[in-house]
Design a protein around this ligand. Sequence first.
Ligand SMILES: [Zn+2]
Length: 285
Amino acid sequence: MLLDRRIGSHTKTSGGLAKAALPYVDAAGSETLQVYVSNSRGWALPPGDPKQDTLFRDGIGERGLPAYIHASLLVNLGSPTELTVERSVATLAHSLERGRAIGASAVVYHAGSAVDAEHEAKALHQLREALLPLLDDAAARGLPKLLVEPSAGGGRSLASKVQDLGPYLAAVERHPWLGVCFDTCHAWAAGHDLATPGGMTATLDALIATVGPDRLLLIHANDSKDECGSTRDRHETIGQGRIGTAAFAELMTHPATAGIPVIVETPSVEHEGHAADIALLKSLR
Ligand SMILES: [Zn+2]
């Protein structure tokens, strides 16, 4: 595994997966990328265009870019609403199949929330019932891995603090096909003080102490518009938010992030903004 941290961004695909994403990553200086394969705020499961899939797979292969899929933001395996859980499972299954078709390394999804206090006791059992068959199937068929991303907190999250990943992983018997994606903005919103000197280091230490050495497989590097502990998930350009550049320097040099791809999901919707975030992070590694 490469010791260096590959850096890239969430990448637009409107107009065609390969046609949109490949010029974008070239212009942004990306060494990795993340895409949606369905509407980020919808349940529709589009089949994909086989020609674009092949061009994308070949394009990332030629460039040596590991690619990641972010599942729809509506996915909630902790929901008290049965239909939401069913749709969430179908969405993750679809993302895993699309992941194989486009040559993605893994599919990221948000940890989910129980929503109601009454549902909280049942939510981890429900998670187990929903997730274990998906993980077993993906492992057996060699599909991409699933990566759980702790959320910004609030709404009775199943995991927002890094320590919450202990019970979360235990609920699925620490299944080998479930990895972890650490999002800096979410961790900050959930109450980890990353901005204080040593704060990012301590949070990463606590993460590894909870999940073990080989479970962290992706990082989302985002600054935040809000205060620590706000439970608000409003991303900001790296170095221009409340977390600040020094914390990202700790992130990019911590031994736990060696060889782990880093994706920015900063507010820029064009490649110029992402290019600046990517260049800044490259200068810190
Ligand atoms: Zn994220």
